[in-house]
Ligand binder design. Structure first.
Ligand code: NBY
Length: 829
């Protein structure tokens, strides 16, 4: 036996990272966990055996981390988010453990293929879009930066729906991600907290004769913890993602059973379990949905009870709760944490109001993700009161004290008092969640420079007047582990090869070292090869899943994100229609062959978004079957855009569409994922695009459109889209062609809601930006014909993208907002 083989044989099966140990472990797990022998194992069995093998190795590090944090009683970030979109775990965990290559070899030796195994994994789709994915990127960076953190959320049994396309329409299918089990989670049936709903509040006299208030709920639900380890890259630290599943308390069941109400008992159980059943598939709030408010309170209460349990165990008192925990509220969805923490401290731990408020206000921090007025969360007071009567009392008390502060600060300004109140009295009484979050937090931040500064002048203006020191900006970032190394290994290898190291993976500023090679013909050639191969792989996938295989030689122009009018997929479509007409009229026009690729889900109840998906398909159907333009123009739609499919898209794109109306997209994060993979951007001065353009260089970014200021001005003057429509022949003929029925087999009704809306109302000013967009697209067209120049710009985009690593963002949160230090864990004893 060789030296190496001997070493392998000595390595423990559950923790060793050598080839021998991994191979033994996979076979062991197949046998003892899945109960299969290799010849009859299904792809899913093989996947599970490999996943359990990786999990064992994570657990060793994770438990060591937990013990270390406990001993040090480390300050801990508690990230509260109703959504997480981590994407498939297997390859990411292999990367973080540094065993990707060995695992590939082991798979081969066992006659399996790692690529096939990875395809089997179902991703946890526990989020809608950018906000949920951001939470996952931040969990990755917290672990990598060795910052103690717990991500708290909901273990939805059904995540975001799977999108299938039938006759060009989106059809939603239930997401059954837990069907084959979930090897990454560890259920903690003993870690359960009761959560109440409804009932009433009452006075009582405690044993010291003090009159107190308490809540008597009329429904109890249990939250059970399910833990998923989140490992850092190349470090021992592993943090915890703790998701709550709702269950009926057994005692409740028995009670009903004993009085002979068997049906009632079963029904109560079903109702309790409904709480964590399904993610609401909307990327903005849906008015007054009781179950949604219940979900929010449910996960917030379990999480706070868990924090309190840990703090009492370690410190014996809650006096320094805020020194132990930095709670980050991911948008207003967990803002009830402020009221619930007050209730727990005052009602259940008998703290004075003043001390409890001091602790609460010093524990919480609030990130806002939107300026759209329709996306600001409110709850009818009546619903709030019925579900959470004691919380409403506490909220009123918070409000009373807060409004007194406002009155003292701004003498004689009752209008301002009404504007700032936690209760909107204007149109039925409503609780304003953003105001609650602002009042109860030490720090408030937006997610890009423009967004943070607009927050201060628009929706949060009064709050900024009162507490300017609470306002911050932390521009979003995304993790290069998943969006470069895992999604695009050939590019990662090429970069490491060129720079002579792989340190850029944890220090993205070092990508700048690529700049020196941007004109190097050798690098440019290899860079293009990598891109073309990724385009080929995407084409194959699209061919298999849609029947249309785009030509990888064409320019891949991609817009992938949730479908929303403010994101303006229809601006992209108008340009495509214009190009089509132009080509038909000028068959010899010099044009760069292009494939327009769309991806994205529409909220099931969002009619216009669903119609836009239908229109993408309608236009694709006509254009793709018109031989006159086929050498130059094609349209594709990637069904079921999610993290996994995104990973196929980012590496393959030449051009990324970030074309929202300025002032509407808080940040955007797709823009960063594309640019990391050497994709150029065509975009507006919106969200993080502005900073992205400043970083990559104005010459390497295709800018168009009005500024946020111009948008405001234009709106103030009175925007009249019909004048633009009548005044611009090209624009008019593009809109008219859609209205004519050409793309709908003569049906002139189908797309009318879109064309009429554009002409008569156009709330997102598609028509106003059309001309500038079209001109910039012509420039893209010309630039792509010079491959060396294009490749140079592509390399520079990657080289200068460092700022948009989530590591930078988390380092900023740690310093500016949380005041927390890394706690590195050593592996060896
Ligand atoms: O958050 C997105 C922003 O639109 C985007 O600009 C930003 O980059 C990203 C991360 O900061 N917001 C978002 O994804 N929001 C949601 O998904 C969402 C989901 C649910 C609800 C509201 C918004 N809800 O109220 O239920």
């Amino acid at each position: 036996m060789s030296q190496a083989a001997k070493q392998d044989a000595n390595e423990p099966t559950r923790t060793g990272l050598s080839r021998g140990a991994l191979k033994r472990a996979v076979l062991d797990n197949l046998f003892y966990v899945m109960g299969r022998f290799p010849e009859v194992a299904s792809a899913s069995d093989r996947y599970s055996a490999v996943a359990y093998t990786v999990r064992d190795r994570l657990l060793e590090r994770w438990i060591r981390t937990a013990r270390y944090y406990k001993e040090r009683n480390s300050r801990t970030v508690c990230y509260l988010s109703a959504e997480y979109l981590p994407g498939p775990h297997l390859l990411n965990n292999m990367l973080n453990l540094g065993i990707t290559r060995t695992a590939g070899e082991v798979a081969r030796e066992l006659g399996a293929d790692l690529a096939e195994i990875r395809e089997t994994e179902e991703e946890p789709g526990l989020g809608n879009g950018g906000l949920g994915r951001l939470a996952a990127c931040y969990m990755d960076s917290l672990a990598t930066l060795q910052i103690p953190a717990i991500g708290y959320g909901i273990r939805y049994e059904f995540g975001i729906f799977d999108q299938v396309i039938v006759d060009g329409w989106q059809v939603e299918k239930g997401d059954t991600w837990l069907r084959n089990g979930n090897p990454w989670e560890i259920p903690r049936p003993k870690l359960t907290f009761p959560v109440g709903f409804g009932g009433r509040a009452e006075h009582y006299t405690d044993k010291h004769g003090v009159i107190r208030r308490r809540w008597l709920p009329d429904l109890m639900v249990n939250g059970v913890a399910y833990d998923t380890p989140i490992m850092g890259y190349g470090v021992t630290n592993g943090n915890l993602l703790r998701l709550w599943k709702s269950e009926a308390p057994e005692s409740f069941n028995f009670q009903a059973f004993n009085v002979g109400d068997y049906y009632g008992a079963v029904h109560a159980k079903i109702e309790a379990e409904t709480l964590s059943k399904v993610l609401y598939p909307n990327d903005e709030p849906v008015a007054g949905k009781e179950l949604r408010l219940k979900q929010q309170y449910f996960f917030v209460s379990c999480s706070l009870q868990d924090m309190i349990r840990l703090q009492l165990r370690n410190a014996g008192t809650l006096d320094r709760f805020h020194e132990k925990y930095a709670i980050q509220l991911n948008d207003t969805h967990p803002a009830l944490a402020i009221v619930e923490l007050m209730r727990l401290l005052v009602d259940e731990h008998f703290m004075s109001w003043e001390q409890a408020w001091e602790i609460t206000r010093n524990s919480c921090h609030f990130t806002n993700h939107t300026l759209l007025p329709e996306a600001l969360e409110t709850w009818p007071v009546a619903l709030f009161e019925r579900l959470l009567p004691r919380h409403l009392e506490i909220l009123y008390e918070i409000n009373r004290r807060f409004l007194d502060e406002v009155r003292v600060h701004f003498l004689n300004d009752e209008e301002r008092v009404a504007r700032m109140s936690l209760i909107d009295e204007s149109d039925g009484r409503k609780v304003r969640m953003a105001h609650l979050a602002a009042v109860g937090s030490r720090a408030i931040n937006g997610v890009a420079e423009l967004h943070s500064s607009l927050l201060k002048t628009t929706i949060m203006r009064d709050f900024h007047d009162l507490w300017p020191e609470r306002f911050h900006n932390v521009t979003n970032g995304v993790t290069p582990r998943r969006f470069m190394v895992v999604s695009n290994p050939p590019l990662a290898d090429l970069i490491s090869d060129t720079c002579g190291h792989a340190d850029w993976i944890r220090d993205m500023r070092r990508l700048r070292e690529l700049e020196a090679h941007a004109d190097d013909a050798g690098l440019q050639g290899r860079w293009r090869e990598v891109k073309t191969a990724a385009k080929g792989a995407l084409s194959d996938w699209l061919g298999q899943h849609t029947g249309f295989r785009p030509d990888p030689e064409t320019l891949f122009d991609v817009q992938a994100k949730r479908i929303h009018e403010y994101k303006r997929q229809h601006l992209n479509l108008l340009h495509i229609v214009w190009l089509y007409e132009h080509l038909k009229q000028n068959p010899n026009a010099e044009l760069t062959p292009r494939t327009f690729i769309f991806g994205g889900k529409a909220a099931p109840g969002y009619f216009m978004a669903k119609l836009i998906i239908r229109l993408i398909h309608a236009i694709g159907e006509v254009i793709n079957s018109d031989p006159q333009v086929n050498g130059f123009l094609r349209v594709a739609f990637m069904p079921d855009f999610n993290v996994k499919n995104g990973q196929r898209l980012y590496p393959a794109a030449d051009l990324s569409e970030q074309i929202s109306l300025a002032g509407k997209e808080a940040s955007g994060t797709g823009n960063m994922k594309f640019a990391m993979n050497g994709t150029l951007t065509i975009g507006t001065l919106d969200g993080a695009n502005i900073e992205l353009r400043d970083e990559v260089g104005h010459d390497n970014f295709y800018l168009f459109g009005m500024t946020a200021e111009e948008v405001q001005q234009r709106q103030a003057e009175g925007y009249r889209p019909w004048e633009l429509y009548h005044g611009d022949a090209q624009l008019r003929s593009a809109v008219d062609l859609i209205a004519s029925g050409l793309f709908s087999h003569g049906d002139t009704e189908l797309f009318r809601p879109i064309t009429e809306n554009l002409i008569h109302s156009d709330p997102f000013m598609v028509l106003a930006d059309f001309h500038a967009y079209q001109e910039r697209q012509q420039e893209v067209d010309r630039a792509y014909r010079d491959p060396n120049h294009w490749t140079r710009m592509s390399i520079l985009n990657t080289a200068r993208i460092g700022k948009f690593s989530s590591d930078r963002a988390i380092a900023e949160y740690a310093k500016k907002i949380w005041q927390i230090e890394p706690a590195p864990v050593e592996l060896a004893d």
